[in-house]
Each structure stands twice: as structure tokens, then as C-alpha cells.
Design a protein. Structure first.
Length: 103
């Protein structure tokens, strides 16, 4: 193989890694889990005066649990269906040529 082809393969591998690393589900899911933990702790430690202001509904607790559930859903979704690495135009053209050989 030539050096040019090796460089192209390295860049494709780097691109696939970057696509998986910066998947929006990972970023949003992680933030929702982080903020969900913080808000849930605030709900658990709420005083009676705080609950009285909210008509005896512990809104921080319920909101924090909802945020945790959404964040965990996004992270589990990411784990079960990871991002497919992008394919290069040359690789997809050669794959379709192999699937449909000229007669």
C-alpha cells in the first residue's frame, strides 16, 4: 500500500472515532444525568418551607427523577445503537460494484 492510502485510512478511522465521541446523545444524556442528580439531591433535601411554597409538591424531586430517566434513556440508546462510522465514497462505490458485477 502506498503512503497516501495509509494516510486516508488513518483519517477515516479518526473521523469515525470523532463521530462516535461527539454523538449528540452522549452530550445531552450526560448533561441530563448530571443535572438530574443535582436537582434530585435538592429535592431530597427540601425543607418544609420549600414544599409549602410549591403546594406540598416536591417539584425538584420529580423534575430531577425525570431528568435522570431521560439522560439514562439517551445513554442506553447510545450503547444499544452506536453511531455507524461514515463510509468513504470510494468504499461505497467499490461495495456496490461488488454487489452488482457488470455482465
Amino acid at each position: 500500500m502506498s503512503d497516501y492510502q495509509n494516510d486516508v485510512e488513518e483519517l477515516e478511522a479518526t473521523s469515525a472515532t470523532a463521530a462516535r465521541l461527539f454523538d449528540i446523545r452522549r452530550i445531552i444524556g450526560g448533561l441530563f444525568v448530571l443535572y438530574g442528580i443535582i436537582v434530585t439531591i435538592a429535592g431530597i433535601t427540601a425543607s418544609d418551607a420549600d414544599l409549602k411554597k410549591a403546594q406540598d409538591i416536591n417539584i425538584n424531586l420529580w423534575t430531577g427523577l425525570g431528568m435522570l430517566a431521560l439522560g439514562l434513556f439517551l445513554l442506553v440508546w447510545l450503547k444499544l445503537r452506536p453511531t455507524a462510522p461514515p463510509t468513504s465514497p470510494a468504499a461505497s462505490a467499490s461495495a456496490s460494484a461488488q454487489d452488482h458485477p457488470a455482465e
